[in-house]
Write a protein that binds this ligand. Sequence first.
Ligand SMILES: [Zn+2]
Length: 329
Amino acid sequence: MEITKRKLLQSMLVAPMLAAPALILTGADKADAQSATPAMAPSGPGYSRFRVGDIEVIALLDGYMQLPTQFIIGYDEAVARQSTQASYRRFTEGAIPISVNAYVIKTGSEVILVDAGAPKFMAPDVGRLAANMKSAGIDPSEITNVMMTHLAVDHVNALINQDGSKVFENAGIIASETEWGFLHNPAVREATPEQFRGMIDFGIMAVAAYSDQRQLFNGETDLASGISSLPLPGHTPGHSGYVVRSQDESLLIWGDLVHFNTLQFANPDWGIVFDVDAAQAAETRKRTFDRVSADRMAVAGMHVDFPGVGYVERSGDGYRYITAPNMPI
Ligand SMILES: [Zn+2]
């Protein structure tokens, strides 16, 4: 039987664990999810332009997910209240809304999409990447490469159409060799509980259409003019950031180094149950915070409040996130 995105989505909708996030929605959220207006639509456009030297970067909003606090390693509600308050965000009990972002980098010769958002079965208010890309004036045919921070299910959705064909018809895929091997390792799938295997299958299916134009890298590698990879292992073995440099400015797009910006800057040891190696993820997080704060380097994160671009400062025993000014470019 031919596996299409639609068929796999249908099968996953009935998978008990994958349906679980929907169970944590309150009655009001469910009503909103079913209405025409998304519950957590932003008040502004779903894209934001900025510059790193001569390179233009466009943040794209895919949407929002509610993550249950049971998914957070190290979670302590009193501490969470305190650090949420310190970051001027409303505290919510039981689940925390997080942003799903992607970024387009225009180097002059290339138009690169970094990550591709989450499928609807994960949350009612994701899957808007394509619409927001269109609003930003970017045509899918312009994309020359999709560069993946990792190949988890909430980062690959917009790569393919319902029939499994490429959305970005002129693009190749760039990913870490370790990450590609991890996704395609039958032993990893075998060791994954049955109810989660659909997530791996979804990732495999999403990248398959790009497989014959793949460029796999190891370590720190120059990948395009002004762009190089930076290994950030832990969340997944091949999880990688991308450093964008132009003139004297730099930006690190760090993928899933942070899932909860209200919590993990103040408490960098806190992780998420989806971390393949949570201890390594915490080490990588602290090392990266040290580096970007010392270098005054801009950062961008796939789950940092949209547009997810800012700076990290040391603060007490931990760190603090400063949203970047949103200025004309
Ligand atoms: Zn993610």
